[in-house]
Design a protein around this ligand. Sequence first.
Ligand code: NAP
Length: 329
Amino acid sequence: MSSTALITGITGQDGTYLAELLISRGYTVYGLVRGQNNPRLAVVAQLCPGVEFVEGDLLDQSSLIAALETCQPNEVYNLGAISFVGLSFKQALLTGEITGLGVTRMLEAIRTVNDKIKFYQASSSEMFGKVRESPQTELTPFHPRSPYGVAKVYGHYITVNYRESYGMFACSGILFNHESPRRGMEFVTRKITNGVARIKLGMQKQLTLGNLESQRDWGFAGDYVDAMYRMLQQPDPDDYVIATGEMHSIREFLELAFTRAGLDWRDHVGSDPRFFRPAEVDRLVGDASKARDKLGWTPTTTFKDLANMMVDSDLAIQQRAAAAGAPAG
Ligand code: NAP
């Protein structure tokens, strides 16, 4: 029997990778889209021609119920969120509403329409924040350092709570940073690779960033959506850390990205305290042993390959834009 999935956050980075994976596995895939004329719809339609769209918003309970009634999914992947930490400091209440309470709205909608629907919640390493131990596992206490991290902790625990209270098949994936050529321009890795491409092509000279010493555990988004899928295929619901187990600084990413384009990052990069977070998260690194043992999941893309992939893609995008005489951001 073929399966049907509903993905919230279909217009984001992970949404399209997950849709591609599920379609390749024979799923019917619906993407929840918000707004009257979402400009990212056209991009999703081009990347994943098989995806069907259904209207809805994580702020609007009745729209989620209507979406579930329309799609009748076996699985819901809740990727929708305000996901940029910087924005969460500026719009803390909205972040709580969408990234936090939005999870409860979807869980309630599932309980109302069909409590047998399997549920995946996109939790985050930012929940560990000011880390209590390294590397971080499923059992490491949380200490979030941003409104985003706090909202994700709420989303994580409400997922666990609905599993324990109502016996729902609800999983929380605690994913460490994952990047790709589809990463939003507001995130530091993409800001760097887009900047590298533009500097290489003479479109800009300098790149200004925040704290270059922050250390993260960075993987490839294509690998990470596979972990989401695997969680919902297990006999029992559970929570899993998904990470590479390697920690690298933003400075290291800069070195790789600029070297790929034949440039020296020290000639082009400045650090401005205005881009620092009000409360920093300095060192995140995950231990994905449980995912490896139970899901058979391991990352396939190295840190260097990830940086190269993103630089190559941004160079191609900027070259096409230059040839067409149009700005590409
Ligand atoms: P992303 O590119 O920022 O995408 C966020 C998505 O959320 C967009 O499709 C956006 O749609 C949607 N959204 C925002 N507000 C919404 C609302 N009110 N109702 C419904 N949808 C809404 O994020 P991503 O990188 O793909 O990440 C996917 C999920 O994983 C997010 O929850 C993120 O917090 C989490 N996560 C990501 C990482 C990472 O490193 N990428 C790590 C850990 C956890 P619009 O087009 O309408 O704006």
